[in-house]
Ligand binder design. Structure first.
Ligand SMILES: *Cc1c(COP(=O)(O)O)cnc(C)c1O
Length: 361
């Protein structure tokens, strides 16, 4: 971008580009790891009712501490991971991206590291927050390597270490034992180990929330955007030691989470059995797509999430991405030249994707 001279844009921001997964109309939207299943008519009605009730008090600010929602999120975590989490262990915000931003504002002083390829917003928010970012490495096949990670943490001593499991865009999981070992290395130099578990509900691996009791510097990011099929509502949360949560309050904006968001997130939590019921369907569909991709001669990375990273095509990634879009199928070019990522869609979308792929390969 050529910024005009009169614009006092921070010099360190001038070379950056905004996050920009293309939002273009397509018959099959399989590019941002959304859940393809919309709320059921019953859930839609409950949400509408909750919003109507909140509408009566919109002249007032929302509960600044979102206490009721944080209590409900804590019981969800306890139910899923047999922990003793309370509202004091939870912070909620407008999507986990806001959680990530607050983590940088509160704790990002020294530097931050992540092991790439991983979620691009970790490094982008780091740069925006003025924290120097370190690109940590992985194995040549893009899987996570505990020894590489431990060595790089010891070398750089970052304030914030990001790991993502299941990782986006590769799909691979980090076993809980390995996370425990990384936590020990992080503790030596002082810093937080941030485990981004945006896709945890799709994985059978034990959650890092079970480490927090023993390792208070382990913090876990969760979201309702993926498994909960609630991306449009914008609700992400942090599970952490209460002292981490207390420090987050210094940087949060007052009344950041609207009364409407708090009310509808509570409803979605009430409907968790129904919403999470689609997780098994999506996992089965993922395994079906993996077989079909293999039958087309492509190679897939093992995935514990609701997307698949694949390679083995002759085109460049941008070429194949455009050819599929011309056929109405929108997937994701994640900036790796020989890989593309496809989010698991509904039955019709998955069929359309394979049909389009067969035609263009
Ligand atoms: C999708 C995603 C998020 C999500 O963010 P929200 O702001 O909660 O929608 C966070 N982390 C990772 C790794 C993701 O893939």
């Amino acid at each position: 971008m050529n910024w005009p001279a009169w614009l006092p844009l921070r010099a360190d921001l001038a070379p950056l580009s905004p996050y920009g997964a293309p939002q273009v109309p397509a018959d099959a939207s399989m590019n941002t790891n959304e859940n393809p299943y919309p709320p059921s008519p019953k859930l839609q009605a409950s949400i509408a009712q909750a919003v109507a009730k909140v509408a009566l008090t919109l002249n007032r600010y929302p509960d600044r501490d979102a206490t009721q929602l944080r209590t409900a999120l804590a019981s969800y975590i306890n139910e899923a991971s047999s922990t003793q989490t309370s509202s004091a262990n939870i912070w909620a915000a407008n999507g986990s991206n806001e959680i990530i931003q607050s983590l940088f504002l509160a704790f990002g002083g020294r530097s931050a590291i992540g092991f790439i390829p991983s979620y691009s917003m970790h490094s982008l928010i780091s740069k925006v927050a003025g924290t120097s970012w370190i690109d940590g490495g992985r194995n040549p096949d893009l899987t996570f390597n505990v020894d590489i990670a431990k060595a790089q943490i010891s070398e750089h001593k970052p304030a914030l270490t990001f790991i993502t499991t299941p990782n986006n865009p590769t799909g691979d999981l980090i076993p809980i034992e390995a996370i425990g070992k990384i936590a020990e290395v992080v503790a030596v130099h002082g810093g937080l180990l941030i485990v981004d578990e945006a896709y945890a509900e799709f994985s059978s691996e034990r959650s890092a929330v079970t480490l927090i009791g023993e390792h208070p510097h382990v913090v876990v990011i969760r979201t309702m955007s993926k498994a909960f099929a609630f991306a449009g509502a914008r609700l992400g949360y942090l599970v952490a030691d209460p002292r981490v949560i207390d420090a987050m309050q210094i940087v949060r904006l007052p009344y950041h989470l609207s009364s409407i968001t708090q009310a509808v997130a509570l409803i979605a939590l009430d409907y968790r059995a129904e919403l999470l019921g689609n997780v098994a369907t999506l996992i089965a569909a993922r395994e079906g797509l993996v077989s079909e991709l293999k039958a087309l001669g492509l190679t897939t990375r093992p995935s514990g999430a609701n997307f698949i990273l694949f390679t083995g095509f002759a085109h460049t990634a941008p070429q194949l991405w455009s050819a599929l879009l011309e056929k109405g199928v929108l997937i994701r070019d994640v900036g790796l030249s020989s890989y593309l990522r496809v989010s698991i869609g509904n039955e019709a979308e998955n069929k359309a994707f394979i049909k389009a792929l067969r035609e263009v390969l």
